[in-house]
Design a protein around this ligand. Sequence first.
Ligand code: SF4
Length: 325
Amino acid sequence: MIEDGLNATGFEEVGLLSLSSSDHTEILDLTQKVHQTFHDRNLSFSLPSLRIESFSIDLMDELKELKPGGGFTLAPEAATERMRAVINKPLDDEDFYQTVTKIFENGWRSLKLYYMIGLPTETMEDVDAILQAGIKVQQIGKKIIGKSVKIHLGIASLISKPHTPFQWLAVQRPEIIQEKLDYLKAGTRKAGIKMSYNIPDSTLLESWLSRGDRRIGAVIQNAWENGAKFDAWGERENLQIWRNAFASQNLDPDFYAYREKSLDEVLPWDHINIGVTKNYLKRDFEWSQLGRTRKDCRNVCYSCGILDTFGNQRPPETVSYWGCP
Ligand code: SF4
């Protein structure tokens, strides 16, 4: 697919996107083959989201030649162990800094770290921890690489999406998100760390579109008829058009963004079967509130529903699969 895509389009950039690319059972093989096939093509290749472990460094080292001067990207998502337990991304601080040290020792000069704000139960302490993590990573880099080290924090705001354990939660209000962003902006500027982020208005628009029910269709049409187009481009964004569109349909946009739903509410997307059951997501949500995390389900199956729904797609040979399709 990569070969066909490159030949058909002339693009020079390929990314293997996933919540965690290194969870793919044959990722090393795949990256080695990509390297063999494309190393003389002047191609930029990225694996933007990796588990924070030394295996990820082996993977990236494999691709280094394909992206000379490129940076390493990690997605710790949250900067305190407590917060990472809430989002089921357990990671010891010690393991994180060990991985960071190894990345710099392997010669990488630029490191991008993705974090999220607006997570459930988040406090300003958790937000400050993001800044402190960036500063500590910068110090480690400077010690190993020297002053040329570049740290980049990518900050996204959580929009709790359908079919996820946070689907019942409200989105944080723009003024609260802005306060957190301002804090991080001031701190990173002072420390000489680059920071990029989503503006709160785009977060709000995205939350309307991604969490809406079937009535949102008329809102989208009305907004479009009144000039909404390419809203993700900062200069084109105009939330007022969208607010007017909601009003034209007698709908309240806050209903879609800021209302916390009860666990037994029928959700607009409940009739869509994605494989994972609603009960499983509920359990995940409840565990998250207790800070309880799930282990890799390759070792223990939690009966999430995938096998029941997609069992017929299981490959006959299970050599390199763990049973789930
Ligand atoms: S059914 Fe598959 S995906 Fe779901 S918990 Fe079990 S092993 Fe994991």
